[in-house]
Design a protein around this ligand. Sequence first.
Ligand SMILES: Nc1ncnc2c1ncn2[C@@H]1O[C@H](COP(=O)(O)OP(=O)(O)OP(=O)(O)O)[C@@H](O)[C@H]1O
Ligand SMILES: [Mg+2]
Length: 335
Amino acid sequence: MASIEEETIAPSTEKKYDILEDLPGVGPATSQKLQEMGFHTIESLATATARELEPAGISQKKALDVIRLARGSITLSFVRADELVKQRENILRLTTGSKVLDDLIGGGMETQTITEFYGEYGSGKSQVCHQLAVNVQLPPEQGGLDGGALYIDTENTFHTERIVSMAKHLNLDPQLVARNIIVAEAFTSDHQIFLLENADLVIKENNIRLIIVDSLTGHFRSEYVGRETLAMRQQKLNKHMHKLIRLARAFNTIAVVTNQVMSKPDVFFGDAVHPIGGHVVAHTSHTRLYLRKSARGPVRIARLVSSPYLPDGEGIFKITQNGLEEVGEDEKKRK
Ligand SMILES: Nc1ncnc2c1ncn2[C@@H]1O[C@H](COP(=O)(O)OP(=O)(O)OP(=O)(O)O)[C@@H](O)[C@H]1O
Ligand SMILES: [Mg+2]
């Protein structure tokens, strides 16, 4: 159900604004305050709530006006259900580099949603992220989005060498490809939150079409230990995920998060591993993929565990020096 606040803010279609200072009623002081709070762009204001703007020292009425004008300035806004069909037309798709994986998720990764890859150590989550950061730069006819990638790296796993070999394999200029990936290293969970809260301008200025958080839960898991910290951890994770969704929608980008698993010794049947993050992560990720190693070295098994409109399913791909690749027919037969 839409909140009263959302209903009161009908998007204005009269005028388009490009920068904060253009908005009527936003002077240099307010603009600076808003930017300090992480709202550098019209897009991020368009997906803000009036309460979030309170610390900028503006009245609720003025906040609602500003949000309404911002919403009228971007193509995406809060719409009636019949217009949702139109909104879905804006959705773009990106290839993972593996046809099997693309088919599993209905034809590639989607903009405006969060896709989560979870799995054990070495299952290939970060490799997939690297591959996506390269592929997003391909032209649309090759399955790319002609855009850049923002890689929020929380475990120091980003490797330029991997980008170089994947780019070479696709006949792309490795240096250009590396230039179009903005890497932000997050040192703590709070730093990770801060980076995303302030990512809007970087996204806009660099034509970012893919936002990666690798890993989403690593810092949270190591910093919030013990039952008494659980509520706070979940609350922060929830806010972080919602910021990610809002950025993905406002800028029509793909959002990818990775997540580790923990084993549940009390489970006797079915899968004994569970992704970290509980209900918060489960409910805010739109598409969840579980990656597993296989007995055959480079081969990985991907299982679609949750999707808004696709049936669950499984597929295999492999990770080589070239990146994500198809498993050949002869390789499939080999035991
Ligand atoms: N250059 C390469 N050539 C072939 N395979 C590679 C190469 N680099 C990495 N790999 C494969 O990818 C694996 C590492 O996968 P990755 O780092 O994506 O795991 P992960 O799921 O992110 O793990 P973690 O939970 O520790 O972050 C290696 O064990 C190896 O099998
Ligand atoms: Mg990793």
